[in-house]
Design a protein around this ligand. Sequence first.
Ligand code: GLU
Length: 349
Amino acid sequence: MKKLVLVFLLCIATSIAFAQQKPRIIILATGGTIAGEGKSSDRAGYTAGKIPVSDLIGSIPSVNAIADISGEQISSVGSQDMSLEIWKKLAIRINEIFSKNEADGIVITHGTDTQEETAYFLDLVLPHELPVVITGSMRPATAISADGPKNLFDAITVAANPKSKGRGVLVSFNESIYDSRDVTKTSTTKVNAFRSPDSGPLGEVYDGRVEYYKSSVRESAKEGPFGINKNTKLPKVEIVYMYADASPAYIDYLVKQKVDGIVIAGVGNGNFSKAFTEAIKKATKANIAVCRASRCLEGRVVLDGETNDNELGTVVSDNLNPQKARILLMLGLTKSKNKKELQDFFFRF
Ligand code: GLU
């Protein structure tokens, strides 16, 4: 009899130990459509960032079987209102969570409009091995077939999986897992809103399983020089869009404003008009860092291609799109104003 009781107690102790072994995942909510509320389930109109993180977690009770979940509200904005301040708040909180061993993984819920920018920024400044996964949704929580609960469940599954360690910040969306450097939003409204145009997704999450098929070869924040604390001041870098007969007036304006950097969303291989060239010469003479990116969805901008970077004093973004080139240029400028070093960042990260 005593033996039976002992075995029984042992079983209970083992199951408690196993229950405690569930990974601890903290959800940092920032707003977006995933927390969006509409007046009716069959109309497109809604307000982003209305539903609190506790309700988002409550919508997927079965997730408690795979992880110990808790949530924190970092902001409640549509991601068109994402800001450097919120990025800093996120980065500082994530550093604190991992340094105090509060979680084994983090999921960030975020609007999709600027999700790729937040993902890449955090990827460049967070040096941790533990997974940080960003997700969101295209349909508000109140819509028919809302995609938020599934995307959140999948993102938690990805963050809780040991295979996700050491991969930097990931974007989990519509059953695909993307590298934050390569991913971009490619649809205004469809639920398969994201793609990595040059390299494809890293893996998939489906039916509670995570599979990776490749890894990013770029340097991670662990090797990188960038970091964030509450005193970090990010330089001012703006983007100028090139198109047929575009006016260079905005470049002239930015030179007058004494910005620290300008990214040109050039045509094709990062090209621009003679009028732009003249304005950019003035910018580089004024010691403003100018980076050539492309408005094309795919491909890289080649150094000294049709445009002579050496003569003009410009750097190229490699295959970073303009909005991500801006982030790397901002962080790069916190370390150096030297053109060679800035160019080197674009080939390493
Ligand atoms: N503007 C919204 C946002 O980025 C809509 C995009 C979304 O979340 O799907 O927050």
